[in-house]
Ligand binder design. Structure first.
Ligand code: PNS
Length: 198
């Protein structure tokens, strides 16, 4: 089982953003009908709130491509895109057949075109998310009208979780065990002790 997981990751690292593996995976599960779903985000790092949305997306769409956005020129993220991809796989050991994790740079709608995805999934927590999400949805719709954005509500225990807050709390010594998947907690703490070299 562990061997299979490594092989999938290696394949993804060879062509980040190409979407090739994602398309193969979607075809294998019979979802090549334009409704292949992408769940994009920074995931720096993945939180339990993200995991909750990924599980809900899998229930609705059968499978989902989790797409890690990065900026090759000024990426101030705590984790590299490859590390973020690995942590997402680590947090979802039971969903291996349903989740493909990839990373992309550039416009989300262009990436969606490359992997032939018809749905963008976004999580909604509190009302405060709405305006930002609304703007992004409208812009993406303007750029590519045939891609639909679908919102899923995170469980209420995740309403106040965000990667930004988790990083801030942890940086000042606060306990973030409740907010970060146990599989990525160690790695997260190690990075706080030894920041990424850019
Ligand atoms: O985790 P985040 O920061 O809420 O995710 C935001 C993300 C990555 C989905 C958004 O910034 C994005 O789509 N970036 C890719 C560039 C792009 O397409 N920008 C225009 C969006 S309207």
């Amino acid at each position: 089982m562990a061997k299979k997981k490594k092989a999938v990751r290696k394949k993804k690292r060879t062509s980040p953003g190409s979407g090739q593996s994602s398309v193969r995976s979607a075809a294998a599960s019979g979802s090549m009908d334009g409704r292949t779903a992408i769940y994009p985000g920074s995931f720096d790092p993945i939180t339990k709130g993200h995991v909750d949305i990924i599980r809900r997306a899998c229930q609705v769409f059968g499978n989902v491509t989790v797409a890690v956005a990065y900026n090759p020129n000024k990426d101030a993220a705590m984790f590299s895109p490859e590390e973020r991809v690995e942590m997402i796989y680590d947090a979802l050991p039971d969903l291996e057949g349903q989740v493909v994790v990839d990373c992309f740079t550039g416009l989300l709608v262009d990436y969606a075109r490359r992997i032939e995805a018809g749905v963008i999934v976004r999580g909604l927590r509190a009302v405060s998310d709405f305006e930002y999400e609304f703007q992004m949805t409208m812009m993406n719709r303007h750029l590519r009208p045939n891609v639909e954005t679908v919102f899923l509500m995170a469980g209420e225990q995740h309403f106040y979780t965000s990667s930004r807050l988790v990083k801030e709390v942890a940086t000042f010594g606060g306990d973030v065990t409740s907010f970060v998947p146990p599989e990525v907690l160690d790695r997260f703490h190690r990075r706080l002790e030894r920041p990424r070299e850019t």
